[in-house]
Ligand binder design. Structure first.
Ligand code: AMP
Ligand code: MG
Length: 347
């Protein structure tokens, strides 16, 4: 199969993520969010997760022809007769942008991205990976969430699109409010940088994010570190020990989803640090590839907590890595050193 240029892949990703972000935004405003469906791992999932995955799969196929897509969701829950009302709600949400949609076409399109049953399956040499709604718990709280799509080529994210429908572009605005426009971040691994656009008009003019400086800021400033809202997703206790070892004044910003990568990419935060409680905690590739691509394109350094490159081809999780550190280049080695000295990584 001929190789498709990154610019063409990025254009398809931009349209797919923008369309899904609009659908999610509408559903966040209109859905009853008090009773989500619950998956086998006890995590919540909503009609919007399924709509987003379907819209993205459909848009990519229309633009590019047959694709390999490894995404978070499969249609199994939606096929359960107990969730008939959710299936109806998904069809109703998509009908305006998907003429002729049927139950079969919706469910089969979701399953274009169904993840392999075995998380350790051999990955194709290149594929798309998708988290249709990252931070579902943030979505349910009507806070931050993101729509996250990346193209992986030989273990590296070469195209990333990060829809942040509630994230204000105004760096001074509170992160807890729902912005009227939201932000969309686009990047490739080519040296063109990362772009920011309004999520509600992705055909508009893109702004190039300034590339991160390699040297420490002078005079020194209080470093801003992003971490999860959910304590079970990343250990706050371990993070505090790392930041004590770093011995720089810091403040923590806690928000859901890969919006954390966007904040670091755009220079509003200096780092995101994710520390596992257990060695076998598998971070899903779709939870990191899109954000990592955008942050790296903006000049950030992205690695695991031991400083090793993230390996996006070890399976559906980052099985060859432990934790994640994404930081401004001057801060990254200091954080890796602080992680080592704090002795916080599980044996
Ligand atoms: P965050 O927005 O930082 O809370 O991260 C959200 C992501 O954390 C979700 O997409 C989940 O895939 C992932 N996640 C869920 N449970 C865990 C866990 N126990 N450890 C690490 N990550 C998790
Ligand atoms: Mg996720």
């Amino acid at each position: 199969m001929p190789t498709i240029p990154n610019t063409q892949l990025l254009d398809a990703a931009r349209r797919a993520v923008a369309a899904a972000s609009t659908v999610c935004r509408g559903l966040q405003a209109s859905l009853d969010l008090s009773a989500p469906m619950v998956k086998g791992d006890r995590s919540p999932v909503t009609v919007a997760d399924f709509c987003s995955q379907a819209v993205i799969a459909r848009t990519l196929v229309a633009a590019l022809g047959p694709i390999r897509l490894i995404a978070e969701e499969s249609s199994a829950i939606l096929r359960d007769p107990a969730h008939g009302a959710h299936l109806e709600a998904a069809l109703a949400a998509l009908r305006p942008i998907w003429p002729g949609i049927t139950e079969v076409s919706l469910l089969d399109t979701i399953d274009l991205g169904a993840p392999p049953a075995d998380a350790h399956s051999a990955m194709p040499s290149s594929f798309w990976t998708l988290d249709p709604i990252d931070g579902t718990k943030g979505f349910l709280r009507r806070r931050q969430y993101s729509v996250c799509l990346a193209f992986i080529d030989r273990a590296i994210p070469t195209v990333g699109a990060l829809g942040c429908p509630n994230l204000p572009s105004d760096r001074a605005a509170p992160l807890t409010s729902i912005d009227a426009r939201g932000c969309l971040y686009l990047a490739t691994s080519d040296p063109a940088g990362a772009q920011e656009l309004p999520a509600d008009s992705p055909g508009g003019t893109a702004v190039l994010l300034p590339s991160h400086q390699r040297t420490a800021p002078s005079p020194p400033h209080t470093v801003t570190i992003c971490s999860s809202v959910e304590p079970s997703h990343s250990s706050l206790d371990r993070l505090t020990r790392v930041l004590d070892a770093l011995a720089l004044p810091y403040r923590l910003v806690r928000l859901d989803s890969q919006c954390k990568y966007a904040l670091v990419a755009r220079g509003q935060a200096d780092a995101l640090v994710r520390l596992p409680r257990r060695r076998d905690t598998g971070y899903h590739i779709w939870d990191h590839a899109p954000g990592a691509c955008v942050a790296a394109a903006a000049g950030c350094t992205v690695s695991d907590a031991l400083g090793r490159p993230l390996d996006f081809a070890a399976g559906t999780s980052l099985f060859n890595n432990l934790g994640v550190v994404c930081a401004a280049p001057w801060l990254h080695p200091l954080l890796i050193d602080a992680v080592a000295r704090a002795g916080v990584l599980p044996a």
